[in-house]
Design a protein around this ligand. Sequence first.
Ligand code: ZN
Length: 504
Amino acid sequence: MRIALAGISHESLNFSPLVTSTNDFQVWRGQELLLADSHFAPYAAGGPTKQTYASLADMMQALGVEPVPILHAHGLSPSGIVEERAYLQLRDEIVAGLQRAGRLDGICLILHGALLVENIWSGETDLVRSIRAVVGNDILISARLDLHGNLTEEFANKTDMWTVYRTAPHRDAPQTLERALTLLTRCIRNGHRPQPVFIRIPLLLPGEIATTDVEPMKSLLAMVAEIERQPGILTAEILVGFAWADAAHASGSVAVIAEDETHLPTARQEARRLAQAMWDQRHNFTFDQEVASSVDEAIDRALAAAESAVFIADSGDNPTAGTPGDVPYVLSRLLDKEVPDAILAAIPDKAAARICFEQGIGATVTLSLGGKLDTKHGEPLTVTGTVEHLYQASHEANQAAIATLRVGGVRILITDTRTFFSTLNDFQKAGVEPLDHKIVVVKLGYLMPELRDAAPREILALSPGYSDMDLTRLPYKYVTRPIFPLDKEFAWRPMITNIAGYAG
Ligand SMILES: [Zn+2]
């Protein structure tokens, strides 16, 4: 059995003034996709076997599949809308690769689900449309998605099945791809043509209020497990959606995928039930961590805390959701309050980083810091401090150079490119041990698993920026209204909007 692997995964926050170009993607082609794609580094198999796969190649071998790896382009960091030219280049390379691939039994797409492209909108929809145009409708197409994706009816019509992460913070990316491949190979072997039933739900949910270890996502995912145990149901999936995409198709969605037409009635009924359950919970999505309604409140609470270290998430300017990440607002509050011991990770500022590297460790420098990429939510901040540490970037590994500048009690990590600090090692590169400091500010929403496990206490600060948790403060123009929570009082009932839903 020959299965092609391809995909473009990116999360695009189109409020951001930064456009995403070719250099913002890491691209794996051919065998390197199978062996070097770091997303599929050794991991534990999703099934009951307790097996560990060394690579994507290893996993596909275990499935008895001959892989035909084409291209996987992965956005190095979520950011603004993707340049049309950059997208088309990647798309056309995938399409050409599929045309050259010879006879295929199936295609598995590695996607995020929140790819927005200039003039094209949903990149995933355009990609699957372009692929269908050359491979026809007979071949099965499966896709793997992040649950922070926004799908369209056309995507649902042209894709036979998809699997979605079931953890946020994400811990199951490779297992989700494994499921996409497993279901695909099963359908090919059994000669089944899956029938997805897709329902969009008029809901915009910041990811931070829809994490999966707590309610209501916990119960909704339990319902998913119950639905997919029914005979003839291939899988059930929930997309929380990506709320910081200002696009007509931005919304949560559910899908129940029947393995063939016979089981469509069950899939339709269960999709409606799942969609209704998600809608009914709309008022109950909430943060699973401590929240401070302002940055000052977060700092005051951290200073008064008994814990030795408190992480504060600057959630409004969260580059892992695609913002520029250089709003110096929290930094200005730390300095104004003369906080005696804090780390701020980080401010991306190429010019400021260069000055630190030129002047060297021990030098006193005055910098105009941040506020250059996102000019709406903050102005450059003038600071004078001492360069304490310099970390040279390894550009092959797509790392940022980091200068550590000490201003009073605050150590500011200044990077030469946009990046984020999501592991302890990220901090250690900058010469700091985060757990040894009273306040650690991170430009994140929820903390990634390693930091979450390590942090004695975590406060999410509702700070200003393009990933504002209060969606009513953002300048939406294109989302389809009414949509909750921008609109509060409107009636809605689950409506199946794709072809498998209408048919019969
Ligand atoms: Zn995600």
